[in-house]
Design a protein around this ligand. Sequence first.
Ligand code: HMG
Ligand code: MG
Length: 298
Amino acid sequence: DLPGRVTIWEVGARDGLQNEQSAVPVEVKLEFLDRLADSGLSVLEATSFVHPKWVPQLADAEDLLAGLTRRPDVIYPVLVPNERGLDRALAAGVDHIAIFGSATETFAQRNLNSSLDVQFAMFDPVVTRALEADMSVRGYVSMCFGDPWEGPVPVQQVVEVGRRMLEMGCWQLSLGDTIGVATPGHVEAVLGGFIEAGVDPSMLAVHFHDTYGQALANSLSALYCGVSTIDSSAGGLGGCPYAESATGNLATEDLVWMLDGMGIEHGVDLDKLVATSVWMAERLGRPSPSRVVQALAK
Ligand code: HMG
Ligand code: MG
């Protein structure tokens, strides 16, 4: 059965901007977040407390949180890789964090300077301390559908990594197609692997990149598997600086258009969102790759 309502997990300010060539001023990021909230989005992933040398685009995380006017009906999760990141997030008054693990050895090395097992040792105290501080902890699993260095990733390997993150105390897993190679049947197989392992679809979210134009089809496949949280980025911004060939995320506008047509609720005002992506595209100096933004932009 299809869900009657979908939660859109907007990652534009984080995944969208972490790969930008030019530095986006913190004032522009703050206006972006405000405009996204105005369009009705209720989850705005704001930034990452990662090493500023690894991701200079998000080195302004403290300034961003300090300048943010938080709305009562919006949550602003941030990415946290280790205890140093957690200390920074706690000092900034953050309530919701996400750890981000890799399903493959090579990407754990490239993205976290770590190994598969060492990444868990790094996350363990983060999750324990975050839960003690009444934070919620989401778990990303990257490279669930393919890895640029290792190629195809076995479903059981993905399920194993995801289950370890749930056992640590993550309330939800976001299954990432970091490089955008997934196709709908593959999505069914990976989600099926989790469901067979006893994980309820309500604990799963999907995170698609649109490298091969499959992100929307993959999202539909996930909806049919019972998933009702979908990650996307306004205007299709994004990519991961540590993953070769990672392009933009599924565009939030493309997702909203599909959900509208299917009568599935989401709470977003599409016109306001398109206007925001057009505004952001002007700031970044290039047009949005989203087909829906292009069709509706005035
Ligand atoms: P490292 O260099 O191995 O860190 O990086 P370390 O533990 O060896 O520490 C070295 C120095 O860095 C120390 O300082 C630490 O204090 C400092 P020193 O004592 O030498 O002066 N340090 C920090 N400073 C600030 N904030 C911190 C922090 N941690 C250590 N958090 C580390 C390891 C994990 C930090 C690094 O690899 C890193 O920051 N990686 C983040 C990479 C990243 O953000 N990637 C993009 C997000 S993932 C993604 O996009 C995929 C996703 O969208 C889903 C999908 O598409 O699949 C989520
Ligand atoms: Mg991503």
